[in-house]
Design a protein around this ligand. Structure first.
Ligand SMILES: Nc1ncnc2c1ncn2[C@@H]1O[C@H](COP(=O)(O)OP(=O)(O)OP(=O)(O)O)[C@@H](O)[C@H]1O
Length: 626
């Protein structure tokens, strides 16, 4: 059939040729009118033909419409992928709409399949001899009816107001953020645990939970003090609940340097999840948070960190209920891996907390080694969370993950990584009032003392203040200077024994010491309630450390204050500091501008150098935190 012919008869291509001839005769041959019965027959036939034609035409129109719609959708998808897929206001409706209409159906389906599943589960209790740890955890995230019922506009307004950007290389853009805890699938963790003390999820929790609970690898970048610990703890424990523990803790071949004998080999601790933290104190804090949650699910968590007895930690690892979750600093974890005390061969859930620090030069090799002992990246779920995400670690991070979804809270995406990719601006918590004082290096300590005395006057006399130094020796000197000047002070740095570090931190938390002098061991992650002021006595080595240091105040929606003593020795950081001040809407002192606005190049051995000029046109943005 020629194309022309096909076009000439769009709606009757299945009508037999003979009927068409007859039909033509009826219309054009009046002599046929006296043949009544034939005429009636013919009329009937014509009517039928007409109806058939009409139906076919309708069918065809419908088909064309559908094809057109599909084509449009595909084009849109391609365009939005090119424009760095985000959940920003511009092209969100079409991305979230399908979920809105499909979710209730899915939920119904899941209710039905739940019935089937529970029957199957009973059957399979015995067959669990082959533990499900052989594969990834089983994920069952289904958008709830409550979340599906939220009007699309409300979702869009939320994403815009909270400045949530989701970049998904696999273009699976259909998961709505959860605006309330009860919009998550029911879980015994949510009913109890820390969640009952909170009104709503924080933005990073809202946006990341649907994805992490679905089993996706996630990179979460959100300001300091914004609830990232629970953002990764909840999906971790939910995932582990879907795994059955390895029955016998059978050891594989022991490493060559293992000091364990055959008897002890049966005691190898097989973790199902591992969280790696850069400092001992942060590991302890994260462990405390996770252990609470894990307990609700009947799971156990053990903390491994240096400076404490290995034997004591071994005892904990070998307790009857084992170590489902290990929260650890890299050094001690490596020790236990190499002597065969711990195995990560069953770890299906891996978290790098303070991920940029973990992938930084100091820890990069340790992390590679640790991840190398976990199942391959396709066989585990990997999450990375941080408040700062320098370009120098991004490539390395993604090499440990599978199509990670990147969720950024605040800080609009910019193109500046040299390859035209949207990258995230470094952003300080916008609720912290930042002040920079340019001072003579010789008068720094005196100025510090003045600041502390002023801050601890009257009503503020019991306010907690954290003072950061760069070097351990400097911290010792500053502590003793402040102590001589009758300031209630303790310190935390690497030259102290672990018990002393713990004692200082506890005293500061309890308020028995109101000033804590610290090196950068306290810069990341520590969640100390009511730190009113952070003072940088000496500028840190990197601008990221600055953001983390000042982030010890202004946590969980509170406000805070940070004062930085800046000297000519720190001038290499002036440009990046000005950037951070500007983007948080903070004042930039003239004295600081004098040191220049150029941002120093940062380089990574493998991924090269990154360079950027100060953007003085930037305005600060505020993120809401309920
Ligand atoms: N949904 C919530 N609502 C209110 N507070 C919350 C919520 N989730 C967590 N928090 C509290 O917020 C505080 C900061 O949380 P967390 O320590 O996890 O912050 P973070 O984002 O990891 O900070 P950092 O970047 O400094 O490591 C904690 O005290 C935590 O209990």
């Amino acid at each position: 059939m020629s194309v022309g012919k096909k076009h000439a008869r769009p709606d009757d291509d299945v009508v037999p040729e003979i009927d068409r001839v007859k039909k033509a005769k009826t219309v054009s041959d009046p002599s046929a009118a006296d043949d009544v019965p034939v005429k009636e027959k013919k009329q009937k036939k014509d009517k039928k033909d007409k109806k058939e034609k009409k139906d076919k035409k309708e069918k065809k129109d419908k088909k064309d419409k559908k094809e057109k719609k599909e084509k449009k959708r595909k084009e849109k998808e391609e365009n939005s992928a090119e424009a760095d897929e985000t959940l920003e206001a511009t092209d969100k409706p079409s991305e979230t709409e399908p979920v809105e209409s499909e979710a209730p159906k899915k939920e119904k389906k899941s209710k039905k399949s739940k019935k089937d599943k529970s029957a199957k589960a009973e059957e399979s209790i015995d067959s669990s001899a082959a533990p499900s740890t052989n594969g990834k955890a089983k994920y069952s995230y289904q958008q709830t009816e409550a979340l599906s019922a939220v009007p699309e506009k409300e979702i869009q307004d939320f994403l815009t107001a909270q400045e949530i950007t989701v970049t998904d290389p696999s273009r699976n853009m259909t998961l709505r953020p959860v605006l309330k805890f009860d919009q998550l699938p029911p879980s015994r963790l949510l009913a109890k645990g820390p969640f009952k003390n909170f009104t709503v999820p924080t933005p990073i929790q809202s946006a990341s939970w649907p994805l992490s609970l679905s089993g996706r690898d996630v990179i979460g970048i959100a300001e300091t003090g914004s609830g990232k610990t629970l953002a990764f703890s909840l999906p971790c424990i939910e995932a582990l609940q879907s795994l059955s523990k390895p029955k016998s803790i059978a050891a594989g071949p022991l490493p060559a340097n293992s000091r364990l004998n055959k008897m002890e080999r049966a005691d190898v601790a097989q973790a199902l999840a591992v969280v790696v933290s850069p400092t001992r104190e942060l590991a302890m804090q994260t462990h405390a948070a996770m252990a609470d949650l894990a307990g609700l699910a009947g799971l156990s968590a053990v903390c491994l960190y240096g400076g404490a007895s290995k034997d004591d930690q071994r005892v904990l690892l070998r307790k009857k209920n084992g170590a489902d979750i290990i929260v650890a600093t890299p050094g001690r974890l490596k020790d236990f891996l190499s002597d065969g005390t711990v195995s990560l061969a069953s770890a299906r859930f891996v978290v790098l907390d303070e991920a940029d620090r973990m992938l930084d030069k100091g820890f990069e090799d340790d992390v590679k080694e640790i991840l190398g002992q976990c199942p391959a990246r396709g066989e585990r779920q990997t999450l990375m969370f941080t408040a700062t995400w320098p370009a120098s670690v991004r490539g390395l991070a993604e090499s440990f993950m599978v199509d990670p979804v990147k969720i950024t809270i605040g800080g609009k995406t910019k193109t500046e990584d040299g390859e035209g990719n949207g990258t995230v601006e470094l952003q300080a918590n916008s609720r912290i009032a930042q002040r920079v004082e340019v001072v003579d290096p010789r008068s720094k300590e005196w100025r510090l003392l003045q600041i502390l005395k002023e801050a601890q006057q009257g009503k503020g006399r019991n306010d907690r203040i954290l003072v950061f130094c760069l070097y351990k020796k400097e911290a010792v000197r500053v502590e003793s200077y402040l102590s001589r000047n009758r300031i209630s002070v303790a310190s935390i740095h690497g030259d102290l024994k672990q018990e002393q570090r713990t004692r200082s931190l506890e005293a500061f938390k309890a308020g028995t010491t109101t000033v804590l002098v610290a090196t950068d061991v306290a810069a990341r992650g520590l969640d100390i309630p009511e730190v009113k002021l952070v003072v940088n006595a000496t500028f840190p080595l990197t601008i990221e450390d600055y953001v983390h240091r000042i982030g010890r105040t202004g946590r969980a929606g509170k406000t805070g204050e940070a004062i930085t003593l800046f000297t000519e020795h720190d001038k290499a950081h002036s440009g990046s500091l000005i950037n951070v001040l500007k983007s948080a809407g903070q004042p930039v002192p003239e004295d600081l501008m004098k040191f220049g606005t150029t941002v120093k190049k940062k380089a990574h051995d493998t991924y090269g150098a990154f360079f950027k000029d100060v953007d003085m046109s930037k305005k600060g943005t505020k993120i809401t935190f309920d």
